[in-house]
Design a protein. Structure first.
Length: 179
């Protein structure tokens, strides 16, 4: 390879690395950090409930949360929490203590049960939305791609869920724009 080719290759790689690192990413925080931030400036909270062994959780991290427009919208409208449903750390929320419960070789966190009680079961990934008063708006179980996730976060962030049924909203939604 001649010097000119090397020069262009190195510059291309440097520019590519700069572009990749400049992409917006979700500002994930712990539940405790989100609650502390919420106490200063109330905002809805989105919780990505996952496990280390969940393949669909990893895929959602890459495709959905890795989408720059989704990441930007989440950062602007929510406090974003990553919560490992098998975490061994206690969580204190609303005068309750939630802990890890050992079951065989694994186990689950009591807070995961609390967040997904409307679903009637644990499933991963599960996305849970909390309103500004820290009430659960809705848990949604399973992988959600970026195209399907965009209307959901817009529906929740904009408070549309308070007055507009989902099916009606979904028909009027067009790419982070409500007609």
């Amino acid at each position: 390879m001649n010097a000119i080719s090397c020069f262009f290759l190195v510059n291309f790689l440097l520019l590519s690395t700069t572009f990749i690192s400049a992409q917006e990413k979700v500002n994930w925080m712990s539940f405790e950090e989100a609650i502390a931030a919420h106490e200063r400036v109330p905002k809805k909270i989105i919780i990505d409930m996952y496990t280390d062994w969940c393949g669909w959780c990893k895929r959602m991290d890459e495709s959905t949360f890795g989408d720059e427009s989704i990441a930007r919208y989440i950062n602007e409208n929510f406090y974003a929490v990553k919560f490992n449903a098998e975490s061994r750390n206690d969580i204190h929320f609303r005068n309750e203590k939630y802990s890890f419960i050992q079951k065989g070789n694994r186990g689950h966190h009591e807070f995961a049960i609390k967040l997904s009680e409307r679903l009637g079961r644990l499933s991963f990934p599960t996305i849970v939305f909390l309103d500004e008063d820290l009430n659960i708006i809705q848990p949604i179980a399973g992988f959600i791609g970026p195209e399907q996730f965009a209307p959901i976060i817009f529906y929740i962030a904009g408070g549309h869920y308070l007055q507009t049924p989902w099916k009606q909203f979904e028909k009027k939604f067009d790419g982070l724009v409500f007609k």
